[in-house]
Design a binder for this molecule. Structure first.
Ligand code: HEC
Length: 149
């Protein structure tokens, strides 16, 4: 709406309806994005958040770079301790400080694949979508106990 449109709407007394329509559209948009956020937040480790291919790659990397100090059982209590926190925390810790002898040696993708393998070691089910660090995805994915079937 340009200025003269605006003036004529004001003077004709019809701007009210126009603004109401716009407000409604804005509110609808807001509600939709809140929904999207909630949907993203309610995804959990039990929703098949990594692929089998990913954890297979992660297994090779783990054997090469991590198993020396962390046997396959090491991460079970670690995951337990971090319950309720986003998995992004573990990603940050490992990508910034591991392997201890050579922190940050691997690529972000490789750390994510290792994380997928760690999830498979705790027997979280794999799924159709890859685990990814992009767009802060790991920060809306909370660590929760594995669902038993
Ligand atoms: C040379 C030994 C060594 C290697 C290799 C190593 N780590 Fe570690 N890591 C440690 C030590 C020491 C700690 C401190 C906690 C502890 O003593 O268990 C630790 C802690 C961690 C933690 C934090 C656990 C917690 O309690 O929150 C993560 C995550 C981790 N390592 C991931 C990895 C990953 C992934 C790799 C392979 C890329 C790796 N580490 C390789 C020695 C190592």
């Amino acid at each position: 709406m340009n200025v003269s449109d605006y003036i004529s709407y004001v003077t004709v007394g019809r701007f009210d309806r126009r603004i109401r329509t716009r407000l409604l559209a804005t509110i609808t948009l807001l509600l939709m994005s809140v929904n999207v956020l909630l949907a993203a937040e309610s995804r959990t480790l039990n929703d098949g958040v990594y692929t089998k291919e990913q954890s297979d790659i992660g297994a090779i990397l783990y054997a090469e770079h991590c198993i020396l100090c962390h046997d396959k059982k090491y991460f079970r209590p670690v995951l337990k301790r971090w319950e309720g926190q986003p998995i992004g925390i573990l990603f940050t810790v490992m990508s910034a400080s591991m392997p201890e002898s050579n922190p940050g040696f691997l690529s972000e993708k490789e750390y994510v694949d290792i994380l997928a393998y760690i999830l498979s070691l705790s027997r979280y089910a794999s799924g159709e979508t890859e685990l990814t660090y992009e767009g802060g995805a790991l920060n809306s994915l909370n660590i929760e106990p594995r669902a038993r079937k």
